[in-house]
Ligand binder design. Structure first.
Ligand code: SAH
Ligand code: SF4
Length: 387
C-alpha cells in the first residue's frame, strides 16, 4: 500500500504517471487529501470510479496514530502521536487572536544535544518521514475543523482553515532532516494543498550553516535561529553545534539567507537561563550581533524539565534584558510560556519511549498526567515570527 501522505506534489504526480493516470488526477487527489482532509477515496466524487477502485486497492492516506489529544487551560492543544518503534512526537496548536499556529516536530529525538533541551537530552531516534511531518498538519486541521471539512466537500467551497501558520519548532532539528522537512513544507505552501504563504511557515534551526544555504536556494521560508548565547564560548556550551559552525559563520549564513527570504529579518530565539546567559553584559553583546544581521529577538524563559541543571531567569531579569535590547533599537518580544499544564512548552517535549519516558507514554495512554514535563513542542506566543 502506498501512503499518499508520503508524497509532495511532484512525487504524487510521478506516482500517478507511473499508474498511467493523467496529471490532473494527481492534482484532484492532492486537493482532496490536503485541502479537504479527505482520506476515503470513495468520497472523492469527481474521480472516475475506476480510479477510485484502483486507489482503494493500491493506496491509503495514513497519518501518524494519535495517542492523545489534550487541551491546556490557555487553549493550547497538544497532540501526542505514535511514530512507531516506541517513539512518540508532539504537535502543538496555539490559538491566538486572528491566527492559529501549529508547532510541528521533524525528528523523534534530536542528535544535537543542546544542554537546556529535553529533546536533545533524550538523544536521537530517527528522522520523521514526509507523511509523519505533513501528517501532523493534516491531522490537526481535521481535528480542529471537522465540520468545515464536511462543508467543503459537500458544497465544493473552500474550507476555513483553523491553522494559519506553521512553525517547525517541535521535536528535532528540521534542517538535519532536510529532504523530508522541505517536502512537507512544499505541501504546506502548495495552493492545491494548504496554500500557506512563505511568510507563514517558519523553520527554526540551531544553526546548521550548509543547510541554511541549501534552504535559501531550494525553499526559502521564514527563518528562526536558536541563538541562545552572544559569544562562542557560551554558545559552544549551550548549543554544541556551534563548535562546528561558530557565530561568525552562522551570522554570515543568516545574511546570505536574507537575500532570498520572504521576510527581511531573522528571528533569533534566546532561551533565558538564570545566571547563565541573562546578564546585562550578555544583552549588550547581542546588540553587537544585531548590528551585523537584520533581526528580531524572541526571549524564551527557560522551561525546566526533569533532570535539567538550569533554572528559568527571574521575570525582572527578562524584563531588564528585553529593555536593553529594545533601547538599542532591536525589536524584542518575550514569549509567553503556554501549555505548561500539559507539558507542551518549549523544550519540554521528549516523546521517546526511553527508560525515563516509557512511563510517560504509558500515562498518556491511560489519560493520566505525568509527574515530570516530558513533551517537545513549543507552545508560546510566536506572534513575532509568524505575524
Ligand atoms: N531544533 C530546532 C527546532 C526545535 S527547538 C532549534 O533548535 O531551533 C525549538 C526552540 O525551543 C529552540 O529555540 C530551542 O532552543 C527552544 N528550547 C529548547 N529547549 C528549551 C527549554 N527547555 N526552554 C525553552 N526553550 C527551549
Ligand atoms: Fe535539538 Fe533544537 Fe533541542 Fe537543540 S534545541 S537539542 S537542536 S531540538
Amino acid at each position: 500500500m502506498q501512503n499518499l501522505l508520503d508524497f509532495d506534489s511532484i512525487g504524487l504526480h510521478a506516482w500517478f504517471a507511473a499508474q498511467g493516470e493523467k496529471p490532473f488526477r494527481a492534482r484532484q487527489v492532492l486537493r482532496w487529501i490536503h485541502r479537504y482532509g479527505e482520506s476515503n477515496f470513495t468520497a472523492m466524487t469527481d474521480l472516475a470510479k475506476s480510479l477510485r477502485e484502483k486507489l482503494l486497492s493500491s493506496a491509503a492516506v495514513v497519518p501518524p496514530r494519535l495517542i492523545s489529544d489534550r487541551y491546556s487551560e490557555d487553549g493550547t492543544r497538544k497532540f501526542l502521536l505514535d511514530v512507531g518503534g516506541g517513539n512518540a512526537v508532539e504537535t502543538v496548536f496555539i490559538p491566538e487572536e486572528g491566527r492559529g499556529t501549529l508547532c510541528v516536530s521533524t525528528q523523534a529525538g534530536c542528535a544535537l544535544e543542546c544542554s537546556f533541551c529535553a529533546t536533545g537530552k533524550q538523544g536521537f531516534s530517527r528522522n520523521l518521514g514526509i507523511a509523519e511531518i505533513v501528517g501532523q498538519l493534516w491531522l490537526a486541521e481535521r481535528a480542529l475543523k471537522a465540520p468545515a471539512v464536511e462543508a467543503g466537500c459537500a458544497g465544493g467551497k473552500e474550507p476555513d482553515r483553523a491553522i494559519s501558520n506553521v512553525v517547525l519548532m517541535g521535536m528535532g532539528e528540521p534542517l538535519a532532516n532536510f529532504d523530508n522537512s522541505v517536502a512537507a513544507v512544499r505541501l504546506m505552501l502548495d495552493d492545491n494543498a494548504y496554500g500557506l504563504s512563505r511568510r507563514r511557515v517558519t523553520i527554526s534551526t540551531s544553526g546548521l550553516v550548509p543547510a541554511i544555504d541549501r534552504l535559501r536556494e531550494e525553499c526559502p521560508v521564514a527563518l528562526a535561529v536558536s541563538l541562545h548565547a552572544p559569544n562562542d564560548a557560551l554558545r559552544d556550551e549551550l548549543v554544541p553545534i556551534n563548535r562546528k559552525y561558530p557565530l561568525a559563520a552562522l551570522l554570515a549564513a543568516c545574511n546570505r539567507y536574507l537575500e532570498k527570504a520572504p521576510r527581511d529579518f531573522v528571528t533569533f530565539e534566546y532561551v533565558m537561563i538564570d545566571g547563565v546567559n541573562d546578564s546585562d553584559a550578555h544583552a549588550r553583546q547581542l546588540l553587537a550581533i544585531a548590528k551585523e544581521v537584520s533581526c528580531k529577538f524572541n526571549l524564551i524563559p527557560f522551561n525546566p524539565f526533569h533532570g535539567s541543571k538550569y533554572r528559568r531567569s527571574r521575570s525582572e531579569r527578562v524584563v531588564r534584558f528585553a529593555e536593553i535590547l529594545l533601547s538599542g533599537g532591536v525589536v524584542t518580544t518575550t514569549r509567553k510560556t503556554r501549555g505548561d499544564d500539559i507539558a507542551a512548552a518549549c523544550g519540554q517535549l521528549a516523546g521517546q519511549v526511553s527508560a525515563r519516558t516509557r512511563g510517560h507514554l504509558g500515562r498518556e495512554r491511560r489519560g493520566e498526567e505525568g509527574s515530570a514535563p516530558v513533551s517537545a513542542c513549543h507552545a508560546f506566543d510566536i506572534s513575532e515570527v509568524d505575524a
